[in-house]
Design a protein around this ligand. Structure first.
Ligand SMILES: [Zn+2]
Length: 285
């Protein structure tokens, strides 16, 4: 992941990279390694290469993000501490209100351990920039605050105040904080989770979230705050995409019915360990 040899790993450990020794083998937290690589400025680490590839689209003309696209959507639900056969519930793709559709749904039957949900999802885009000057001011203020985007475990992201106190942010934490600021300013707003499409082979399980807010004209707008922040960091030539993130809809995002801080899937077996949901979303055309 870091393209480091043993000598470089020794130096990183000596400099404070957290690890655990288990029977003489060093174990690292994948989030730590990811963030270290992402901000290493070596241009060779796996996170830097993955993000550059992932955000290549953001430098292209945005018209391609506004057309209709169809995806084979698959979500694998895993109940790691399963207590037996029971029904599953997935916070499903919620795209119809944004002009898309969900067809050929195969919802999982009651089972134990793991299950799969599949559907064909069509997304589209629309230029619907945020109108409210106040919403734009609050969004601009957040983007200018200099929070560093980090890969953070979802349960920690939910504690968005703690995350921001550390000077960092993430998709879910950013959306929860911005939604709270919008509400403080008198707007109806909430963070919502979803999926970011086109993540090659599911190599990067990037939790996606954005803010849904009722604008001055009474219409719902989405603000993809983390993608705007990441695009600005990754390339200077992403102004059009960054503007698209502020109210418009684009075809690489599938919103779900899950609230910002909530899980994407449940298993009613009684286990207290959260269900792990991993999506694999492939472009059809
Ligand atoms: Zn279970």
């Amino acid at each position: 992941m870091l393209r480091c040899g043993p000598a470089e790993m020794d130096r990183l450990v000596a400099a404070g990279l957290p690890h655990e020794d288990r029977s003489g083998v060093r174990h690292f937290d994948p989030n730590d390694l990811y963030n270290l690589g992402m901000y290493s400025n070596t241009s060779t680490t796996q996170p830097e290469l993955a993000f550059r590839m992932l955000f290549r689209f953001a430098t292209r003309p945005v018209d391609d993000l506004l057309r209709e696209r169809t995806w084979e959507f698959q979500a694998r639900l895993e109940c790691v501490d399963c207590a037996g056969e029971a029904p599953w519930r997935l916070e499903e793709p919620d795209i119809v209100r944004f002009g898309g559709s969900v067809t050929d749904v195969t919802a999982p039957a009651p089972a134990s351990g793991s299950a799969t949900y599949t559907a064909t999802v069509t997304t589209t885009g629309a230029r619907t920039p945020v109108l409210s000057a106040e919403l734009r001011r609050l969004t601009g203020e957040y983007l200018a605050a200099g929070y560093r985007w980090h890969m953070i475990p979802v349960p920690m992201q939910v504690d968005y105040a703690l995350v921001h106190e550390l000077g960092v942010t993430s998709c879910i934490a950013a959306s929860l904080l911005l939604a709270a600021r919008f509400r403080d300013a008198g707007y109806r707003a909430e963070a919502r989770r979803g999926w970011f499409c086109g993540v090659v082979g599911g190599a990067l399980d990037l939790p996606h979230a954005c803010v849904e807010v009722e604008d001055d004209d009474g219409r719902l707008r989405t603000i993809d705050i983390a993608k705007a922040l990441l695009a600005a960091r990754l390339s200077a030539s992403t102004d059009d995409f960054q503007e698209l993130c502020l109210g418009s809809i684009y075809n690489k995002v599938i919103p779900s019915t899950a609230a910002g801080g909530a899980p994407l899937g449940y298993h009613e077996c009684g286990s207290r360990t959260p269900v792990h949901v991993r999506a694999d979303i492939r472009s059809v055309r």
